[in-house]
Design a protein around this ligand. Structure first.
Ligand SMILES: Cc1cc2nc3c(=O)[nH]c(=O)nc-3n(C[C@H](O)[C@H](O)[C@H](O)COP(=O)(O)OP(=O)(O)OC[C@H]3O[C@@H](n4cnc5c(N)ncnc54)[C@H](O)[C@@H]3O)c2cc1C
Length: 113
């Protein structure tokens, strides 16, 4: 991207594609910069829970971490980041863990016991 201008109600981008300058016009500009886990704030090392090089908690196909009795569900395990995937992760743990799960809603968070 070379330049962004407003022209009336339009947003005009000057971009370079394959060494050719061109302009794109639209109503809005959405910048998607990606998402990153914040596991570095959780002190997972205290529990010995392993993360991958990007900071996602490593799990097997049962969503078990390397520490027995600890699972990682949803975005934090590095899978596809969709609401329905998080819900399905809950179902996987519920069916495969063999333990009785109690869900406690803390605002939006789900804690599993
Ligand atoms: C802009 C945007 C648009 C999206 N659009 C779609 C869409 O259209 N369709 C779709 O399927 N998915 C969409 N997603 C993805 C979807 O929101 C996530 O995949 C889903 O919310 C993941 O659920 P989760 O429970 O894993 O994490 P989250 O919903 O992020 O929940 C994690 C919760 O943990 C809390 N938390 C974090 N750290 C701590 C801590 N230390 N202690 C206690 N609580 C903590 C957070 O506050 C948060 O409430 C979108 C995501 C974004 C960002």
């Amino acid at each position: 991207m070379l330049r962004v201008d407003r022209s009336g109600h339009a947003t005009v981008l000057q971009v370079q594609v394959a060494e050719r300058d061109t302009s794109l016009q639209g109503s809005h500009l959405l910048v998607a910069v990606g998402r990153a886990p914040t596991t570095d704030t959780l002190n997972l090392a205290a529990a010995g829970v392993a993360t991958d090089a990007r900071g996602f908690i490593q799990v097997n196909d049962r969503l078990e971490t390397n520490i027995p009795g600890i699972w990682a569900l949803g975005d934090i395990n590095g899978g596809p980041q969709y609401t329905h995937v998080s819900l399905d992760d809950y179902r996987i743990v519920k069916v495969k863990s063999g333990v009785k799960l109690m869900t406690v809603s803390v605002k939006k968070s789900l804690l599993l016991f």
